[in-house]
Every structure is written in C-alpha cells, then in structure tokens.
Design a protein around this ligand. Structure first.
Ligand code: EPZ
Length: 422
C-alpha cells in the first residue's frame, strides 16, 4: 500500500488549480441513464471514485469513455442491459445509490445493493427509498438488495418532504422526478452547489426544474430527456483544503478556479482565525495575517453552513492555533477518526461524542500516522506540512478517491512531499 512522505519546511507559495468536483461528477454521471442520447461532462476530476462510477455504469450497459486524459467523460446509455447495481461496487462507493432514481425513472425498475457500513457514520439510505416510494415506486428489501418497481413502468410526480437535509437523496429525487408523470415538489431539499450543478445539467438535457439552490425544488416531468454537454462545477472541498495550506504553513496560495460563493461560511471562519481570503481574476488568494492563527469554534451544517467535508482539515489548522477551539460535527456521528492520528503528531484534542475540543499547540511534530477516510487523510497531510520533521501517512488510497495529483499540486508551492510506492 502506498504512503505519502512529508517533510515540513515552512511557508508555501504558489498557485494551485482546482479540479472539477468529485461529488458533483458522481451525481452527474448517473444522469446519463436518464437519456438514450449522449451526455458529455467536461472538467471531470481524475479520481478513483470516478473510475468506480465508470465501472458501475458500464456494468449496467452504459458506454463511458474518458477523453483528454479523463477530463472529458463521454457517456451514452442507449443500450442499458442490466438494472442491478451489484454489492461489490456499491460497498466500495456509497454514491452508487445514485443510479436508483435514474434507472427507475427511465425503465420503471432497478435493483440496488444496500451499501453497508461506513467509516464516518451509519449513513442509511432510507431517505432515498422514501423519496422513490413517494414517487410511486414499490420497494422490497431482499438479500441485501433494494428491489424497486414503478407500477405501470413510470413514476408519478408527488410532494417529497425530507425530514432532514440529504444531499444524495435530494439528487436521487431530482433525477427521478425529471421523467415522472406530473409535478414533483421537493421540500427541505439540499442546497449544495453540487445540486445546483446537477439541476443545470438536467435542464440542459431538457428537464423542467425550478428552485435549485433553495430548500424547495419544483420539477415538471417530461417524456424524454436529450443529450447535452456540461462542465463540472469546481470542487469546493478541494478548494477549501488548499486554502488551508497557507493558513497552516504561512506563505500565500492562489487557488485557480476558486469562487467565494462556493466556500462562504468556510472563508468567514478563516477570516475570524486570522487568514485573509481575497478574490482575484483567476480565483481566490489566501494568506495568514500573523505568525499563528487564532482559535475559532466550528459547527458543521448543510450548505450554506460550514461543510462536514472540511471539518477534518479545519481541525488540523486549529491544532496549531492560539487558544482553544470547539468543533461540533452535526452531519456524521463518527467523523473524528483523524483526532487520534493528529494527537500522534503532538496535537491536544479531547473528543466527547460529536464535539472535539482542540487546545492549540505552538508546533506539531512529524510522526507515522494512518489515514482512515478521504478527508482525514488530507487533514494529516496539512498537519504534516506544518509539522517539524518527517511524517509518513499510510493508507493513502483514501486520498486518491478525492484528490487529484495532490503531491504535484503541493510541490508546485514548494512543499517537500512524495509518494512512496509499496
Ligand atoms: C454527500 O454524501 C457527500 N457525498 C459527502 O461527501 C458529504 O459528506 C455529505 O453529502 C454531506 O455534505 C457525495 O456527494 C458523493 P447526506 P451523502 O445524504 O449524500 C443522513 C466526502 O468526503 N441520511 O447529505 O451520502 C446521513 O447519515 C463525502 O466527499 C439518512 O439518515 O450525505 C447523514 O447523517 C463523504 N438517511 C445526513 O443524512 C438517508 O437516506 C446527511 O447525509 C440519507 C442520509
């Protein structure tokens, strides 16, 4: 198994290009199932999760080709031959559940494995199921698989009122409703930029959608969708992660392609901690105002709140802050696995349930640490960049799920980082 070796070496300076969003791409790809005509995505990130979604779509009979070194995904679903998302793929990547809505909407039936456990929380899919049922689907759980069927072969529009905000369930409902008979209203919908991006892509395919980016989305079902070409929105989590590089190490980094509206709540916290974020013609420029950041409290919330996917990285920064910070994780029940690893690097963190209290220390120290999930892995790299001495982060396959060319991007700013192949 590969590991990443980092030697902390002071302030970093440079430009980092931000890729297309993993989590947008993972929902845009299943949208191809809604049409017999080709869907082409540009600005796609090159990540192992995208390869897994490619494999899943291909297993259903879709054609998926990566062009221009994978940055363009040319997809066609004219010949869907299989309607079962197999356990072996779904267990590797929970976003596989996003084929449920499109398959049901298109052909009136789908069989999707339940994903099983996850490192950051239980992550059930009951809201996806309930949304499909609201649209008229009959769903039965057999042998670990959801067997879903639309009576008469077509879903029908309905009001879907989510009891809590779910990004994935909103995406599934939105995709399914585009081809349902009549009007669907999604209440308490997620407002993430990835939802807006999906709605824009579906609209380019001929869907009739209003209200994306707000808590109520209205969809008027149409008989068919056509082909389209759509650019994937910039990855706000990759953006936020690289904004933390000058915050934790000093120096100055310009994140090319970054936009303030993607990271509003996060940029506000950085400002309160003593980190300047300014908009430039090409992106966002970030630098630390003093020698050390100040402690700030953070609560994770659905968009436009502080994203759970930046909590681990923010914790790495706050480990080096002056003062004590409290981080409250409200989205996932087990998302502090990075805390004991950061502690191995000299951080002072107490975790009680969903709350972590971080007492800042003047300096972190390099150590051997282990990545437990995607965002945890990059939080350890951030900590390592600011630490004295050498850090080895193992289990970096987690990193490859969501960060493209991380060593190259950081090296371009002067970081000493290399991948050690096992
Ligand atoms: C998406 O996951 C992202 N993944 C996650 O990114 C992200 O952390 C999460 O949204 C929250 O922003 C993708 O987009 C592929 P949810 P998703 O449904 O859709 C509960 C990363 O690091 N819930 O919004 O699965 C759930 O357990 C990742 O890139 C139910 O109870 O998240 C959680 O507590 C990891 N029942 C909350 O809702 C359901 O049926 C929000 O989850 C669905 C969700």
């Amino acid at each position: 198994m590969d590991s990443i070796l980092v030697r902390g070496n002071g302030p970093l300076k440079g430009q980092i290009p931000i890729a297309g969003a993993k989590n947008a791409c993972l929902t845009l790809m299943p949208a191809t199932l809604l049409s017999e005509e080709p869907l082409t995505l540009t600005n796609a990130p090159r990540l192992s999760d995208i390869a897994t979604m490619t494999q899943l779509l291909q297993s259903l009979g879709a054609e998926v080709a990566g062009l221009q070194q994978g940055q363009v995904l040319a997809m066609s679903s004219h010949g869907i031959t299989n309607h079962t998302a197999d356990y072996d793929i779904v267990r590797k990547m929970r976003a596989s559940i996003l084929v449920l809505g499109p398959l049901l909407a298109r052909d009136g039936h789908a069989v999707v494995s339940l994903p099983g456990g996850c490192a950051i929380g239980a992550r059930p899919v009951d809201l996806h199921q309930r949304a499909m049922e609201a649209l008229g689907a009959e769903i039965e759980l057999k042998d670990g698989y959801l067997h879903a069927r639309a009576p008469g072969g077509r879903l029908r529009g309905a009001v879907i009122d989510f009891p809590l905000v779910s990004v994935g369930a909103t995406e599934n409902a939105l995709m399914a409703a585009t081809l349902a008979r009549g009007t669907t209203v999604i209440k308490n919908a997620a407002r993430e930029p990835e939802i807006v991006d999906l709605a824009q892509c579906l609209r380019a395919m001929g869907a009739q959608i209003d209200g994306e980016g707000t808590s109520t989305i209205t969809i008027q079902g149409v008989d068919r969708l056509h082909g389209a070409t759509h650019p994937v929105v910039a990855d706000r989590i990759e953006l936020g992660t690289y904004m933390l590089v000058p915050a934790i190490c000093g120096g100055e980094v310009e994140c090319i392609g970054g936009r303030m509206e993607l990271v509003g709540a996060f940029a506000e916290k950085l400002d309160a901690a003593g980190v300047s974020v300014t908009e430039t013609e090409r992106g966002l420029k970030v630098s630390r105002r003093g020698d050390r950041v100040r402690a700030v409290d953070v609560v994770t919330e659905p968009f436009p709140g502080f994203p759970t996917d930046l909590q681990a990285q923010m914790m790495a920064l706050l480990c080096t802050a002056e003062g004590t910070s409290v981080l409250e994780e409200r989205i996932f029940e087990n998302r502090f696995m990075h805390a004991p690893e950061l502690t191995r690097m000299g951080a002072n963190i107490e975790v009680h349930g969903g709350t972590a209290t971080v007492h800042g220390v003047a300096k972190l120290k390099g150590a051997r640490v282990m990545a437990t999930d995607l965002r945890a892995s990059v939080s350890l790299i951030l900590a390592a960049l600011a630490a004295e001495g050498e850090t080895v982060v193992s289990r970096v396959y987690h990193l490859d799920r969501g960060y493209e060319k991380v060593e190259e991007k950081l090296r371009a700013c002067g970081a000493q980082i290399e991948r050690v192949r096992a």
